[in-house]
Design a protein around this ligand. Sequence first.
Ligand code: TRP
Length: 471
Amino acid sequence: MINMASSQLNENIDRGQWTGRIGFILAAAGSAIGLGNIWRFPYSVAEGGGGLFVIIYLFFVLVIGLPVLLAELSLGRASQRNPVGAFKAMIPGKFWPYVGGLGVLTGGGILAFYSVIAGWTLGYLGKSVSGTLSQAVDGESSGQIFSSFVADPTWPVILSGIFLLITFFVVRGGVAKGIERATTLLMPALFVLLLALAVRALTLPNGMEGLIYLFTPDWSKLSLNVVMGALGQALFSLSLGMGAMITYGSYASKKENLWKSGIFIATADTGIALLAGLIIFPTLFFASADPQAGPGLVFVVLPTIFNQMPFGSVVAMAFFSLLGIAALTSTVSLLEVVVSYFVDEKGWSRHTASITIAGACFLLAIPSALAFGASPQLSGGDDSILPFGLDFLSLNNNIWGNYSLSIGAFLICVGVAWFWGIPKFLSALEDGHSQIFPMPGRQIVGLLVKIICPLAVLTVLIFIIATGNYF
Ligand code: TRP
């Protein structure tokens, strides 16, 4: 991870590097794997009509996600800069640094609502310790526990603040050995626990209905919103479209094989999202909860499955701890993007940058933390002052987590392919390594980044603007 000791002594000369190959891969996978897989994916699937969403999402991961991931990592490693600096260094022209700037802004925008959900995981950890969760025996009782938790005007705010404070401490000084070592142990633990939960979920009465729901596309549900949601989810889940992978790539050394890293990150991330789906949907059918539960979906559904297991409260504690850690390795990457910009470009110290930005994100997080009943004006529905009937958190989730990332991914592809150039991109990608994908692989990625990705994203955006179907 980031070499803090030296970067604090002299940030501008020595920006720090991952301590090694495993550190880089795990940090990048840790950024990708988070609430996007376990919280956002299932509820996007529910909103997007099940299997149809999943198929479009998988298509976008392969055709847009992986190429953009490789492009970001290469741009970062070649430039050794934050997103703004990377564009400045590699691509001539006044316009391109603004693309990095949009990314930095988006990082803050995402962090501000993401930390609210991350705070909820802490709250649910508390509930599993105190025993409250054992009362969540079916969809209804669990739904009530959830609604009264999120409608409280204080706890969700405090918990998101605590989460941002922890994120600040990690980015400020402890990324090196601490998180790197912790992730090595905890990511596999999360995986094993998810696997066990999936087995339990699939063997519940009606469990197989969930499996069918997840993989059977209902083409009549096809709409622009589903396509946009799936595109946004593919980018969000892989931490793409705003320069997080540019930043993480910038701390990677020539020893890294970026092809392999990229493929590993994308596979692990997608696998964990699917595994989460295999837990949520079977349990949902079993507990007869409402599949349209929105941002509360996993928090309502999961407790009911814990209560179907031996030592359910221990499993619940383990699960919410691991989910909190998965969220932390993601919030760290979001904060790191913004911090690296202020450190590299504005000469701020890492300490000042991380405390200022974490603090600002906390203030911005407050309206999202109040958007589930505490403030009716922000909660969507009749009394809401917000457009499209959305609550404040969902609105931000859509704006930053779908639109901004899509626009960012489009511009990153155009910049890398047309202005940096595919030959330079491919040699940066393979720098220090023999080509592991000699012929078709390189050409396919070149074609995807140059033509297919920009065209696909642009088409979706144009259709949405033309038809006015924003959300
Ligand atoms: N990918 C993370 C998740 O799935 C969230 C995240 C971290 C992210 N860094 C990002 C999303 C950068 C978009 C861009 O939970």
